[in-house]
Structures are given as C-alpha cells and as structure tokens.
Design a protein around this ligand. Structure first.
Ligand code: GLA
Length: 392
C-alpha cells in the first residue's frame, strides 16, 4: 500500500527573506480604512520618496480588504473599496518594481471580524498565487481549539502547494513561542502583542494590551538565538511618523529595530511624511546594520540607570553599537574600549576595540568619532540613542 501524505515534502519556501523584510503595512496608521486608492498611492510614494531606493519593497494590505466568500468558497474583496480587484492591484504594485502583500487569519474570522482562512487554506493560498501575492501576514484571532503549530504549518504547506514563493509572516503574538517552531514554517514571527504609538506605555484593553516601543523591546530578551537569515523575530511594525513619538524617540525606535535585525515594516502614511520621518526611515547606515547579511540579532550587554548598551556583530568583522538612553535625563558616556571587551558566545565573536582598532562613525550625524584607541565620550539626550558603526 502506498501512503499518500499530502504536503509531506512541503516545507516553507527557502531563500526568501534572507535579510529582514522591508516594506509598509496599512494597519498602524489606517486600520480598516484601506482601499485600492490608498495602496496605489502608497506604492507611488514608496517608489518616488526614496523609500524604495533605501530598500523598502513589500506593500502589504492588512485586515479589512475582504468581505465574504462566493458560492464556491473563494474569498471576495470589498467591491467598493477595491473595485478593480486584488489582481489588478498586485499588478500595479509590481509595475512600480515593488512586491505585494496581503493579510488573512488562521481562525474562522480575522481580528477585524472578516472571513478567516480556517477550512479554506488551499483555496486562499491558490487565490493569492493567482493574484501574484508575494507576502502573507497570517493572524491568530478566532482560533479557539486550534493548535498553533498545526494551523501555521497547514497554511505554509498550502502556500507551497500553490507554487508561488510567498514570504510567510506568522502573527500569533508570541503566545505559543513561535521562535521554537516557526523557522521551518515561516520567515518571520511576531514575538509580542501589538505595538502602540508611544515610547514606554501600556494601552490596556482589559483582556489584552498594546505596548509602547520600550515595552516591546524588553520582550525580545532571550530571543536572539532563534533569528537568522530566512527566519526572523518580529517585534511588530514601525510607528515612526505616526505622531506619538518625539523625533528622538522615533530615532531610538528605528535604531533599536535595526539593532534587533527586525523586519522594517513602515506603518505611517508614506504619502504625507515630513522630511524628519523620511530621513529616519531611509538612514542608509542604520538600514545596512539591519540588513547585514550575517543576520545576527543584536545583544544587550549592559543596562545601568536607564542607559543600555547594545552590540550587533556585522559581516567583515565589523560591529554596530547602540547606546540607548531610556531615562528622562541626558546621560554622559565614557566608553573605554580596553575595559569593555564583549564576548558574543552565540555569534562566536569578540569585540576588543583596544587590540583591534576600529574607526567609529555616528550613524545619525554621519560624523567620525575617532577610533577605538581612545575612550568614547558623548552625551545622549533623553529617549535618544548614540548609534555607531565600527569599521576596520
Ligand atoms: C492583530 C494583529 C495586528 C493587525 C490586526 C488586524 O491585532 O496583531 O497587527 O493585523 O490584528 O485586525
């Protein structure tokens, strides 16, 4: 007897998201207020603003694009908000040299109460492949009684069977420790509940909370060894440019997401961003640190009185260092490389700026700060960073 094991060979698509995915998603700014016009204008803005040139690639519609299923069970897009249909929209995004992403949910309904993919996994995967979808964010609402590993594995297999390479973004908020099982199934997994547009607050909704940037950062402790090329921890999308963060807070948020090798998914209105927002989101040195090909997530090596020191090993023996001032006061640092030798057991790398001289470049001011033979002295404003790249 021959056993036909459906999808037994179906692992996730390999060689996708070899560096953290970069793009834009509608949710943080627009929630359910999505339309083909918004997505087209966003794609236009991504291409024209310098975002595309900086590396942003995926234009992702989050929840609320879908309204029902047809008599055959195929998913139906909102005909009022997406009158040209999703295929035409994907074609438009592709015509801009960008990639197109969409959202669904492992449960019976999405978090916004729209039809989920439960029981329609292959139909949905097939439809996405037909439309030319390149990225799928898959949520975890209305999943009572479902097993997370099985549910996400099922969709991963169906995407594989549908045959179009699609980055698979697992959005189950870290509830079932996806870092333990997500690597075989998807390319990134959310590690926390939803981000909130504040520096360090909790927005309590009773049974669940949204979290400010620093709260989310703290929830990444212990996860770095699970990330690497093709499989990333996802501390949620960016809030840069959404109004809840001051300029230095937005810079700190972006810097830390770069240090974490986090997906860089902008969540603001790309059609109407000011020069400061654009300059944060397109900082080439910060992005290069995020996109470094060895794909090692940064490590917190010190935290004293609200001042944290993070390091991230980079290719060619180089490093990024980020001093994060979480406190309400400015902080001065006096960093003597001789006494601050970092041993990164996970990456099997050692940073010794005294024995190996590095040149220091400030990622934000673009100025040289000398080299590691001398003690590095600086003052860091409240809720801001000093982020430097060490090169040989
Ligand atoms: C969940 C996700 C969010 C967003 C919404 C949409 O809360 O975590 O990122 O996709 O659902 O309803």
């Amino acid at each position: 007897m021959t056993l036909c094991v459906m999808g037994a060979s179906a692992q996730k698509f390999e060689n996708l998201a070899m560096t953290p995915p970069m793009g834009w998603n509608s949710w943080n700014k627009f929630a359910c207020d999505v339309s083909e016009q918004l997505i087209m204008e966003t794609a236009d803005a991504m291409a024209a603003s310098g975002m595309k040139a900086a590396g942003y690639e995926y234009v992702v519609i989050d929840d609320c694009w879908q309204v029902g299923r047809d008599s055959m069970g195929f998913i139906v897009a909102d005909p009022v908000r997406f009158p040209s249909g999703i295929k035409a929209l994907a074609d438009y995004v592709h015509s801009k040299g960008l990639k197109f992403g969409i959202y669904s949910c492992a449960g019976t309904e999405t978090c916004g109460g729209r039809p989920g993919s439960r029981g329609h996994e292959f139909q949905d995967a097939y439809m996405y492949a037909q439309w030319g979808v390149d990225y799928l964010k898959f949520d975890w609402c209305k999943t009572d009684g479902q097993n997370a590993v099985e549910s996400y594995r099922l969709m991963s297999q169906k995407l594989k069977e549908a045959g179009r390479p699609i980055v698979f973004s697992l959005c189950e908020w870290g509830d079932n420790k996806p870092w333990n099982w997500g690597k075989e199934i998807g390319h990134l997994w959310r590690t926390t509940g939803d981000i909130y547009d504040c520096f360090d607050c909790e927005k309590n909704h009773g049974t669940w909370s949204n979290w400010g940037v620093m709260r989310i950062l703290d929830m990444q402790d212990g996860l770095r060894e699970y990330a690497g090329p093709g499989h990333w921890n996802d501390p949620d999308m960016l809030e840069v440019g959404n109004g809840g963060l001051s300029l230095n807070e937005a810079r700190a948020h972006f810097s830390m997401w770069c240090m974490l090798a986090a997906p860089l998914i902008a969540g603001n209105d790309l059609r109407n961003m000011n020069a400061e927002t654009l300059s944060i989101l397109t900082n080439a040195d910060a992005i290069a640190i995020n996109q470094d090909p060895i794909g090692v997530q940064g490590l917190k090596v010190d935290a004293v009185d609200g001042l944290e020191t993070w390091v991230k090993p980079l290719s060619n023996g180089e490093w990024a260092i980020c001093f994060l001032n979480r406190s309400a006061e400015p902080k001065t640092i006096s960093y003597d490389w001789k006494t601050k030798v970092v041993k990164d057991e996970f990456a099997k790398r050692e940073l010794n700026g005294a024995s190996q001289q590095y040149n220091i470049k400030d990622v934000w001011t673009k100025k040289s700060l000398g080299n590691t033979q001398k003690t590095l002295k600086a003052t860091i404003p409240s809720h801001d960073v000093l982020m430097v790249k060490l090169s040989k």
